[in-house]
Design a protein around this ligand. Sequence first.
Ligand code: TRP
Length: 361
Amino acid sequence: MKKIILTGDRPTGRLHLGHYVGSLKMRTMLQDSGEFDEIYIMIADAQALTDNFDNPEKIRTNIVEVALDYLSVGIDPEKSDIFIQSQINALTELSFYYMNLVTMARLQRNPTVKSEIEMRGFANDIPVGFFTYPISQAADITAFKATAVPVGEDQEPMIEQAREIVRKFNNTYGEVLTEPEIILSDNKVCKRLPGTDGKAKMSKSLGNGIYLADDPETVKKKVMSMYTDPGHIRIEDPGKIEGNTVFTYLDAFSTKDDFDEFLPDYSCLDELKEHYKNGGLGDVKIKKFLNKVLERELEPIRKRRACYEKDIPGVYEILKKGTENAKKTADNTLKEVKEAMKINYFDDDALISSQALKYGG
Ligand code: TRP
């Protein structure tokens, strides 16, 4: 069986370090592993419109931002097709047919949908498009017969629901679709990076994110004002590691090489933590170290971004080509789906002749 990746993001803003740790880094690793036969990376504009339908300009302008972020982290258009969801009509068609296979009760039980409904205070006034986006996400995944979906852990309920839809479809109409597997980040320490203020999640509205496109000055400012241990006032004071954002980031990013190069007084992160806990290590010192660690990661990303920024029409060309390739694959699957569902009237000579026979012709 072919190994196929489908994944994507909503174009509602630039991507940040949370996306990077949670999934982007993993995607480039999978891409470069050479283990996959086909890789599709989708800019999910149609899904973004399910809760931004009244703000199409925001989605439209963020498409190129997300594309630049993809290219800058090393998604290589020679190896991966980057495409725009709304341009693949097979996806909306598939969604419509899958709707028959999903109940209201099941959608309401989807933990992601449930928490989003709570967060936004929706009741019966929930837009149907928003309520049913897990179905459209199943269409995204299955249209490419994806075997692997590398995403952040918050997407787990979506993949589970897609798997259910695949089983239901295959049981009802025959084996056409492929059950996908989720691939989570291998960063065991930290699958979800907190915001610079220590809050659970980076978000634009909280202004607590470090963006892949941030310049060095901005990153430094954000790092130097990061949340640490509020009880650690003087250098001599013992400090806490738990809930200390700087250490969470070091957990996620620092390597042995970083210590050798930037902080040779310590052999590893555990030693640094020990010193901090015992007192005598100031926040400024660890923040400066973190800044260097992050710069090591961000600099090549920024360089690649700058290259692509000089040729925005070229970026749209990459998207156009990726979309054309993606369309072929999705159209193929839709054809198989319609055949299995017996809605392929004009391609089915046997149907025409048997109906003709019924009337004696
Ligand atoms: N739900 C994803 C997000 O919010 C975007 C997305 C849409 C997606 N369709 C997908 C991710 C299919 C993986 C597979 O970022």
